[in-house]
Design a protein around this ligand. Structure first.
Ligand code: DAK
Length: 259
């Protein structure tokens, strides 16, 4: 598949980098972009050489949301029956390798929701997050009323969803929406550094850690703890656990085989 609305490349043979690339529309998300994004993410997920994926946008916009022009004339029946707008959101959720969002500029509406579907967000100091759907006479539709409160708590999520205001990078970090804030010109270095660090670990342990943290947002604490316990036990069936612990005991660098 050739891409027109994204680019996909690898860094160091280990990190997949997807760049949203509709600059004139501030990376507004339409069906074609979502198809291309889904295809690229699935490809990286299936590639044994890739240990981590970064999703990023342009300096001005990670993504300014779903394409408003494209959905302006939709009726209820269109959006309910069809897969307009809804395309590939579940694909993103199904990616088992870590996905880092490297966000600069606007991450609004579906753009903020896309960033929140990634495993963590590293933000440039010019990043601005928001759920401005209320201004369009709609509400967030891809997790903005669900993932945002889990990330920042009810008060701020209500504030964002009801006023449509934007949060800058400092506020987003303080509120727990993003894990780190860096200068704009350091954004990709920082994201790549984190991704390469993850790539050096056992892919099995990395995938299990991702699965287990995600479980914290799905059910009860006791179910989550039990899920974590079982995955923890399962790690002892891997050769990577033997390698990691032997390397520590013998004061050497581990060489994980992802087995
Ligand atoms: N859609 C289409 N075009 C957009 C756009 C968008 N969301 N955002 C910006 N653009 C276009 C502008 O129309 C403009 O195009 P031209 O006039 O040059 O042709 C160009 O990008 C530059 O934008 P501005 O001239 O407005 O630039 P400014 O710097 O003045 O302002 C802005 C930047 C980001 C503050 C502003 O463009 C803005 O407010 N944009 C709209 C943001 C927004 O309301 N986003 C939420 C959209 S609703 C779902 C999945 C996803 C969703 C829902 C359901 N399912 C899975 C069920 C998502 C919904 C949404 O995101």
């Amino acid at each position: 598949m050739s891409y027109e609305m994204i680019t996909a490349r690898t860094e160091g043979g280990k990190v997949g980098v997807v760049t949203l690339n509709r600059p004139k529309q501030l990376n507004a998300l339409n069906n074609q972009l979502m198809d291309e994004l889904g295809h690229a993410l699935k490809g990286f997920d299936a590639d044994a050489a890739i240990g981590c994926v970064i999703v990023t946008g342009s300096e001005k916009a990670f993504a300014a949301g779903a394409d408003i022009g494209a959905m302006a004339t939709y009726g209820f029946a269109d959006v309910y029956k069809g897969d307009y707008i809804t395309r590939n959101w579940e694909t993103i959720r199904s990616i088992r390798k870590p996905v880092i969002a490297a966000v600069s500029g606007f991450a609004l509406g579906g753009g903020c929701e896309l960033a929140m579907m990634c495993d963590f967000i590293i933000a440039a100091d010019n990043a601005r997050f928001g759920q401005p759907e209320i201004k369009l006479g709609i509400i967030p539709g891809a997790g903005g009323t669900q993932r945002l409160p889990r990330a920042v708590g009810k008060a701020k999520a209500m504030d964002m969803a009801l006023t449509g205001r934007m949060m800058d990078a400092t506020e987003a970090e303080r509120a727990g929406l993003v894990s780190r804030v860096v200068a704009l010109d350091k954004l990709m270095d920082e994201a790549l550094g984190a991704a390469l660090m993850i790539c050096d670990y056992s892919q099995i342990a990395v995938m299990a850690a991702k699965e287990s943290v995600n479980r914290a947002f799905e059910g009860s604490l006791s179910d989550g703890i039990m899920f974590e316990r079982r995955l923890f036990h399962a790690m002892f069936a891997t050769t990577d656990q033997k390698e990691g612990m032997d390397a520590f005991v013998n004061k050497r660098k581990p060489e994980f085989k992802n087995q």
